[in-house]
Design a protein around this ligand. Structure first.
Ligand SMILES: [Zn+2]
Length: 168
């Protein structure tokens, strides 16, 4: 029986295996016809020719998805809150979902794009608030709550499910 919080089994890249994106599981379908190496439709299509390089191609594909989604959400919340980062950077970090660097650069792990949107939003807003409040002070959490009243639920989800946010 699967343990709660257990690490998912290692991927074998066979048809039907599940891959997460934005909290939804897509089944892998290996195909001879796909024009692109990795393509998301109703399933996650991977061309046969890409299989030898999948260990490199799939993280790259996820990284591109993360860059698009995170910058889109970050722009939206920056407008809403008035906290403007100078730039955002997508990292390869494991379990360090976001961080706020010097010079107002926000860093986000591409692995975050596996999580549901409300979890991604939590990490983005958390880092945006750090632009004003560098420490986890009472003021920091109060500001965060004023933007996302249910942030505690999202924070807990991330802590409880972080082991799922891996592609291998
Ligand atoms: Zn923080």
């Amino acid at each position: 029986m699967a343990q709660v919080g257990a690490k998912p089994p290692k991927k074998e890249f066979v048809n039907g295996e599940g891959f997460l994106l934005l909290g939804k599981t897509y089944r892998l379908q290996i195909t001879a016809e796909s024009a692109e190496y990795v393509e998301l439709r109703d399933k996650l299509y991977v061309s046969e020719g890409a299989l030898p390089f999948i260990g490199r191609l799939l993280p790259q594909w996820y990284r591109n998805q993360a860059a698009k989604k995170i910058s889109e959400r970050c722009t939206w919340y920056a407008k809403k809150t008035g906290y403007e980062p100078r730039s955002i950077r997508i990292t390869n970090a494991r379990k360090r979902w976001g961080s706020c660097g010097s010079k107002r650069t926000l860093n986000f792990s591409w692995r975050l794009v596996l999580a549901p949107l409300e979890i991604i939003d939590y990490v983005i807003v958390h880092e945006l608030v750090h632009l004003e409040q560098p420490n986890h002070s009472k003021l920091f959490w109060n500001k965060l709550r004023s933007i996302l009243p249910d942030y505690e639920k999202r924070k807990k989800w991330l802590k409880d499910n972080e082991r799922l946010l891996e592609i291998y």
